[in-house]
Design a protein around this ligand. Structure first.
Ligand SMILES: NC(=O)N[C@H]1NC(=O)NC1=O
Length: 172
């Protein structure tokens, strides 16, 4: 359901958390923190407040946010246990149409990425089809940890914007 920015600004904390609690995957803290910063002028400002909160976390906090994300085409997806948001995103990237070889490659690269960095590979699946995800994994696994925390968090912000646009009307 889509809400006007006026409706968002009038929301009590509990409703706000229910509506926006998963705009950052499994990290309701982000929405809980920025509720105090109402009123928001528009969805862009809401997004900017969330970005500001995330950017001000210590590096281990930002890594923690990455860790809350399920692997793309991973076991959680295979078990049907994704959040509805993540499921929709993974479908939009065509991750349900992977060949056996592609699935094995992506799962293997995801494991190697996690072994190297200690957090999962995060990319905005609504901006990347399955081939771009595979290429991204192959390229980004060569980066340093610092670069990958920054890159992963920038992807979280893109995912967040799409999720917000599903929830807030922009025509006000
Ligand atoms: N691992 C990872 O990138 N997961 C996320 N990406 C996305 O678009 N939705 C997710 O859950």
């Amino acid at each position: 359901m889509s809400h006007s920015i006026q409706q968002v600004n009038e929301m009590k904390y509990e409703e706000f958390l229910q509506v926006f609690g998963n705009v950052v995957e499994h990290c309701a803290l982000c929405a809980a923190a920025i509720w105090a910063h109402r009123p928001f002028y528009n969805v862009q400002e809401l997004h900017a407040e969330l970005c500001h909160f995330i950017d001000n976390l210590p590096s281990i906090g930002r890594e923690g946010i990455l860790r809350l994300h399920p692997d793309l085409a991973g076991r959680i997806a295979q078990l049907g246990l994704l959040t509805s948001e993540s499921k929709k995103e993974q479908l939009s990237a065509g991750l349900d149409t992977l060949t056996e070889d592609e699935r094995e490659t992506i799962m293997d690269l995801n494991e190697r990425y996690k072994e190297k960095f200690g957090f999962p590979f995060v990319i905005c699946a609504r901006d990347n089809k399955k081939h771009a995800i595979l290429t991204g994994l192959k390229i980004r696994i060569e980066n340093t940890s610092e670069v990958e925390v920054t890159t992963g968090v920038e992807e979280v912000k893109k995912i967040m914007m799409y999720r917000l646009l599903d929830l807030v009307k922009t025509d006000n």
